[in-house]
Design a protein around this ligand. Structure first.
Ligand code: CTP
Length: 429
């Protein structure tokens, strides 16, 4: 689609044709139900992405009437999540999320606060939004029309991100992260005045609540262009305001794009990279400030405390079993982050071998087989398994026979020490 040469009718037809069948059916039902009360529009990302020839991931609908009531009426059997405070409803159909909102105006009592909302017309609703490129509405009910009161189409054509008023970042400092995320994702640049406002507003990030702040950083980590977005956040000073011990650089970008362990949990891994320069004292403060989820918090706590084991990991003669004993205690996300950005060559190589090879090495014999070989059931089985694993890792057991011989010796040493203990007790009595 070339921007500018498309009629609203063609835009509407093509945008709808783009949706999977079941999603289209749901959208049409919502539009029909809403049209009985007023006009219904597609807005935000769906229109922007469609104009940019990018695939539409979710659909935002706005109507000048009660959106949750219309959505319930249109889709009586669907699982709808309504948000009464904002008069919005959300439903996922055919893998596409449909957000339905009541057109509204917003006022912010203080920077970073959630806005107070009041029903409004579509033009007011467009003008309260973050950026001009997100403030375009395509009417889906009645005759087609494209509403672009803030010049969003020109901005999209010029690949520009522009706020709609000077207090935008102060009212809602999450928009700072949004701007940097969109710039990285879409390869857009900030309009110079918007860039100035962003630089002056970075300190307002302090006013964002923990969960919202965490969510913004999660969205950055999950972006395909995460590295560029986080580097921009670092340059802007946004990460440092979130917490002074968070940091990002191009090495971290590479590590995030290409993790050593391909299936490492992305968000904990991203937070571990962000917190890799932090001290054990910083970790609980980061966790509390960002209200991190359990696995994210574990990764941050672990990467910060890995400093304590760093010395051992820098020894060229460290035994594989020793490295495994140390690193097995930490979540994979933290060890992966450590391996990716540790500056010491030896430590990095050891961590990489742990991740790629050593952590997978397990004994061939299992607990039951050890019991058959004479190891007493109970905690000794676990000890024997650890011994066999260490033997495998350090190369003094290379096959099952070696393990069997070791297990027999282990069982015998337990019997011998039990006999010796019994003898001593006998002598004492
Ligand atoms: N919006 C806003 N200010 C915010 C968040 C959202 O004005 N802090 C508006 C924007 O108009 C945005 C719309 O709400 O387009 C929907 O928000 P969201 O779903 O987060 O963004 P999308 O535009 O759909 O973009 P994305 O592709 O990132 O989902």
């Amino acid at each position: 689609m070339t921007i500018g040469d498309a009629s609203p009718a063609r835009l509407r037809r093509d945008l709808l044709a783009h949706l999977p069948g079941s999603t289209l059916d749901a959208v049409e039902r919502i539009v029909a139900a809403g049209a009985a009360h007023g006009d219904v529009y597609a807005v935000g990302g769906a229109v922007r992405d469609f104009l940019l020839d990018r695939s539409v991931v979710d659909v935002d609908l706005v109507m000048e009437c009660d959106a949750p009531a219309v959505t319930y009426a249109a889709l009586p059997d669907a699982k709808i999540l309504a948000h009464t405070r904002f008069r919005t409803a959300s439903v996922t159909i055919g893998g596409v999320r449909i957000d339905v909102a009541t057109a509204r105006d917003e006022t912010y009592a203080r920077p970073g606060a959630l806005p107070a909302v009041a029903p409004a017309d579509i033009n007011t609703d467009l003008r309260r939004r973050d950026f001009a490129m997100n403030a375009i509405a395509l009417r889906l009910s009645g005759g087609p029309a494209l509403l672009d009161p803030c010049g969003g189409i020109d901005d999209i054509a010029a690949r520009r991100i522009r706020v709609l008023h000077d207090a935008s970042f102060r009212d809602d400092p999450t928009r700072i992260f949004r701007a940097l995320r969109y710039a990285a994702r879409l390869d857009f640049t900030l309009d110079p005045h918007t860039a100035d406002l962003l630089a002056q507003s970075v300190h307002y990030i302090d006013a964002i609540g923990g969960e919202r702040l965490r969510r913004e950083i999660e969205l950055m980590i999950a972006e395909p262009a995460a590295g560029a977005a986080l580097e921009a956040a670092q340059r802007a000073g946004a990460l440092q305001v979130a917490h002074p011990a968070l940091t990002w650089d191009s090495g971290r970008s590479e590590a995030l794009a290409d993790p050593v362990v391909p299936r490492v949990p992305l968000l904990p891994y991203g937070f571990a990279l962000l917190a890799a320069g932090s001290s054990p004292d910083d970790a609980p403060l980061i966790v509390a400030r960002l209200k991190l989820k359990r696995d994210e918090a574990a990764a941050v706590t672990a990467i910060a405390s890995m400093r304590k084991v760093a010395q051992t990991l820098r020894r060229p003669d460290a035994k594989p079993s020793g490295v495994v004993l140390l690193l097995d205690r930490f979540p994979l996300a933290a060890v992966s982050a450590h391996a990716a950005i540790e500056p010491d060559t030896i430590a990095r190589r050891l961590a990489l071998r742990y991740l790629e090879e050593w952590r997978h090495i397990k004994p061939a014999l299992n607990g039951e087989q050890l019991i058959e070989l004479g190891v007493p059931a109970g905690p000794q089985v676990q000890r024997a398994l650890q011994l066999l694993r260490a033997a495998r890792l350090d190369g003094w057991a290379t096959d099952r026979d070696d393990e069997q011989a070791l297990a027999l010796r282990f069982a015998k040493s337990i019997r011998d020490s039990a006999d010796a203990k019994a003898q001593i007790e006998l002598n004492l009595n």
